[in-house]
Design a protein around this ligand. Structure first.
Ligand SMILES: Cc1cc2nc3c(=O)[nH]c(=O)nc-3n(C[C@H](O)[C@H](O)[C@H](O)COP(=O)(O)O)c2cc1C
Length: 348
């Protein structure tokens, strides 16, 4: 079954997505800006917002950082239609506490809340807090047990669990979700254990931006893994540069690429803190691009028609949620809504 294409945005939890020193987009990761951004996105017709979770700014410790869960609760109260997806790193919250928070935001939002489980790459963020940063596959073992508990608790089940990482006795959370069995579960991550986790427990897999043929192969890989229940759905992150002509889009791409090169100190800092085992870094290193999580590697730099055509190709592969990044964000988000969204609608 093909679902209609939904378009989402990344909230600006740590400011600019492509380059931090852009005169056209001064650094701003404040609540005030993010609130206005999400309200405008909703009014423009965007379907969802991902609020990424980082406790400490991953680029520079002196820069501000939006807190994902408190901000998501406030966004839930202020918006009416848009889906709010809050990222969660399992090692930061006990599953009982997190499931309770998720159900509360589900109620505040009137059934528009979702979690995005991510298994972390920033060793410094976890270890400097005195928490345990397990090795890559161990993080997935922990995350899988954690998510199985959160899923059952969000569904309102009374949970008794004796596991490797958690022991829970007859725990039940009320009220449960009012309008559906539970909040939606996304997973972001690309390694083989991430794909097992997606097949076993996720509703939607968020894939890092990359060329069509890679995405096609990744979708086939996950569809081939053991799963029960509804088929898994697929989302893709992508940084968009769309203009009237392809030449104008390429010129803007080169502007951002040159600016991103000025952030080499930040890239070195991020690299030093990144677990070398994570798949995301390896994917990102393969292609020249701007933006995070694959950035423009999915080929979304071009004329309005070219970008719409590329997004349609991803939809044909089975991607039904696109998570867009822009810079400067507000201006380009408006441009996309004005010039690309109508082409997508016209094409069905
Ligand atoms: C759509 C998407 C969103 C992500 N959001 C976050 C986030 O909010 N916080 C974070 O620390 N990592 C985030 N990540 C990165 C994951 O933590 C990262 O992919 C992790 O290393 C998983 O390992 P793997 O890719 O090796 O499976 C995200 C990844 C994707 C694809």
């Amino acid at each position: 079954m093909t679902h209609p294409l939904r378009i989402g945005i990344w909230a600006l939890v740590h400011g600019n997505r492509a380059a931090l020193r852009d005169p056209e987009e001064p650094y701003d990761a404040s609540w005030r800006r993010n609130r206005a951004l999400v309200l405008e996105a909703e009014a423009l017709g965007y379907d969802c917002v991902l609020v990424a979770q980082h406790t400490m700014n991953p680029h520079r410790t002196d820069l501000g950082q939006l807190e994902a869960w408190t901000a998501s609760a406030a966004l839930a109260a202020e918006t009416r239609r848009i889906e709010i997806i809050a990222a969660i790193k399992p090692m930061l919250y006990h599953p009982v506490v997190l499931a309770k928070m998720a159900l509360q935001i589900e109620e505040i939002s009137g059934g528009r809340f979702a979690i995005n489980l991510v298994n972390a790459w920033n060793r410094k963020e976890i270890e400097d807090a005195g928490l345990v940063f397990r090795e890559h596959d161990e993080r997935y073992a922990y995350g899988a047990e954690w998510l199985s508990l959160v899923e059952r608790l969000m569904r309102g089940e009374e949970v008794r669990h004796e596991g490797r990482f958690f022991q829970v006795r007859d725990y039940v959370l009320r009220p449960g979700a009012a309008t559906r069995p539970r909040p939606r579960i996304y997973v972001g991550g690309e390694s083989p254990p991430a794909r097992d986790l997606v097949a076993a427990q996720a509703d939607v897999w968020f894939i890092n931006g990359q060329p069509l043929e890679n995405v096609e192969a990744l979708i086939a890989d996950v569809r081939a893994r053991p799963r029960w229940g509804e088929p898994v759905r697929f989302g893709l992150s992508t940084f968009v540069i769309a203009r009237e002509t392809a030449e104008e889009a390429q010129a803007e791409y080169r502007r951002l690429l040159a600016l991103a090169a000025e952030d080499s100190d930040i890239k070195d800092y991020v690299k030093a803190n990144t677990d070398p085992a994570v798949a995301m870094r390896k994917t990102q290193a393969k292609y020249e691009s701007v933006g995070t999580n694959g950035g423009t590697s999915a080929g979304t730099v071009g004329s309005y028609r070219q970008v719409a055509e590329r997004l349609r190709q991803f939809h044909d592969l089975g991607i039904d949620t696109l998570l867009t990044q822009f810079q400067p964000f507000e201006r380009e988000m408006r441009r996309f809504a004005e010039h690309v969204m109508p082409l997508l609608r016209r094409g069905g």
